[in-house]
Design a protein around this ligand. Structure first.
Ligand SMILES: [Zn+2]
Ligand SMILES: [Zn+2]
Ligand SMILES: [Zn+2]
Length: 368
């Protein structure tokens, strides 16, 4: 299946222009790695062996695209259709169940997808009648995955509602900065719901606020595309000034019900860099740590908080004796020379200076 690449790009740009409060950049790096055939397959569900799956950072991905993994073949499809809780679970992390399956070399027809709908194509035998059935079901998420990631505090808060109300869209948004490619069917990119004068209104608000985030105070006048305007009541047509709030992309993503928002890792890094240069990166307590940290590391921070660790630095730069930056860490305890990295290459240099560094995936596994 070949797709019309120019046509797809044109449609994406048109959608982006309509949105106004956020201008995604179709940069050369992303275009160089574009693979519309793969994206098309992932959207529908692509068959894969467990070995082909990337498990960096403890999450699941294929060629830079975050995915979830499921087994379409149901042991007793009638039971699954009666209640999805009886069906096979889909996986979102490199959990103990997945590792078991790998170790036992279990042969299954695994599929991966980045479709956010939560509806899965399934098949299987109806044990009562012996007939083969094909259907669809809203399968449930694997709890070992939630446990490993301490997703929304699943392990530390022991709150069942995190499992019962699990949303794939919100999950993908939480970790979006860790992946180079974002899921295609993203409500935010469809850009509906804004008033026709939104671009004018949003520019006026952003100018009045001097392109400064009203949450974390970062001044982004040198990088205006990362300044958004948020609607407090969620109604994108209600442009009364009291309903609008100027925020940076990172703070915007942390607003309630913003699971549709995906922000690139490189954009988060830019915001962090501006915060550092403006002296806004010092963390005095856990609330500030959560506010500054990427949502991808919130599960880990919750483990640290419960374990009574000292509050870490967020977005820490390791420098050498000449003062040059040699590594960037997501979370760091500089006195102990300990830290968590996402970019493995960057971390290598700091190790030679006596730092003890862990990937996000390693850290999650050790806490569990
Ligand atoms: Zn799992
Ligand atoms: Zn902010
Ligand atoms: Zn918003």
């Amino acid at each position: 299946m070949k797709l019309d690449v120019d046509g797809v790009l044109f449609a994406l740009r048109a959608a982006a222009e309509k949105m106004g409060d956020f201008t995604p950049e179709f940069d050369i790096e992303v275009m160089a790695h574009a693979n519309f055939d793969l994206d098309f397959e992932l959207e529908r569900g692509k068959e894969i062996s467990l070995e082909e799956l990337d498990t960096d950072n403890g999450l699941l991905s294929v060629q830079g695209r975050q995915v979830l993994l499921y087994i379409p073949d149901q042991w007793d499809i009638a039971k699954t259709l009666a209640d999805p809780k009886n069906g096979s679970r889909f996986h979102v992390a490199d959990c103990s169940t997945l590792n078991d399956m790998k170790a036992r070399k279990r042969f299954e027809r695994y599929k991966v997808t980045n479709n956010l709908s939560g509806v899965f194509d399934i098949y299987g035998t109806d044990r009562a009648t012996g007939r083969s059935v094909e259907s669809e079901s809203e399968l449930k998420v694997c709890q070992n995955c939630l446990k490993l990631l301490n997703y929304k505090g699943f392990s530390t808060a022991r709150d069942r509602s995190i499992f019962n109300n699990f949303s794939i869209e919100e999950f993908f948004s939480t970790y979006s900065s860790l992946f180079s490619h974002l899921p295609k069917h993203n409500k935010y990119l469809q850009g509906g719901g804004y008033s026709d004068d939104w671009k004018v209104v949003s520019d006026r608000q952003r100018t009045a606020a001097n392109y400064t985030c009203t949450e974390c105070r970062v001044d982004l006048s040198d990088h205006k595309s990362l300044v958004h305007v948020h609607h407090n009541n969620g109604n994108k047509r209600d442009n009364r000034p009291e309903n609008l709030k100027v925020v940076c992309a990172d703070c915007h993503k942390k607003e309630p019900n913003h699971e549709h928002m995906h922000v690139k890792y490189s954009d988060i890094q830019i915001i962090k860099q501006f915060r550092r240069n403006q002296g806004l990166d010092h963390v005095g307590n856990w609330d500030e740590a959560f506010a500054l940290a990427d949502t991808a590391v919130h599960g880990l921070l919750k483990y640290c908080q419960r374990g009574n660790r000292t509050v870490p630095e967020i977005g820490y730069e390791v420098t050498n004796s000449q003062g040059a930056v040699i590594a960037e860490l997501e979370i760091a305890w500089p006195e102990e020379k300990k830290g968590i990295f996402i970019d493995a290459e960057a971390a290598q240099n700091a190790r030679s200076m006596g730092w003890h560094l862990y990937s996000l995936g390693q850290a999650m596994k050790s806490f569990q």
